[in-house]
Design a protein around this ligand. Structure first.
Ligand code: RB5
Length: 150
């Protein structure tokens, strides 16, 4: 899979760990920054990763800030993005199974590396269940369309 990854300064150390982990699993990684621990604004990197995913250049995206909250808020502003803040193995699984999340976010200041790796692996390996969840996701797409119209 081609996976886009991004972080702000608070998520930078974790991004480097997850990037290597994804490569070790055989994925192609697009690192959209940031590239140091210097203070930056998370929305910039959320947009970069979200655009990679929305355009289809990447199949999935991972965004890491201090808490994961700002990244989720920002990424969900991009049409077609379903970014889920995950904080447990259960939410990582449900993000894939029920929400078909094409991006996950989490907190570099919240999770430890081993937990974060587990979340990523579970989310990547869990298939979307479809069925009744398709209808629910269609509602979200309809909302996006309506909001574009004003
Ligand atoms: C940066 O200090 C912090 O606010 C940011 O990483 C993130 O947690 C925002 O949601």
């Amino acid at each position: 899979m081609r996976i886009a990854i991004g972080s702000d300064h608070a998520g930078f150390p974790m991004k480097e760990i997850i990037k290597e982990y994804l490569r070790s699993l055989g994925h192609e990684v697009l690192d959209m920054g940031t590239h140091s621990a210097q203070s930056v604004n998370y929305a910039e990197f959320a947009e970069k990763v979200a655009r990679e995913v929305a355009s289809g250049r990447a199949q999935r995206g991972i965004l890491i800030c201090g808490t994961g909250i700002g990244m989720a808020i920002a990424a969900n502003k991009v049409g077609g993005i379903r970014a889920a803040l995950v904080h447990s193995e259960y939410t990582a699984k449900m993000a894939a199974m029920h929400n078909d999340a094409n991006i996950i976010t989490f907190g570099g200041r919240v999770e430890g590396p081993q937990e974060a790796k587990r979340f990523v692996k579970i989310w990547l390996e869990t298939p979307f269940e479809g069925g009744r969840h398709n209808k629910r996701l269609e509602k979200i797409t309809e909302m996006e369309e309506k909001c574009k119209e004003g």
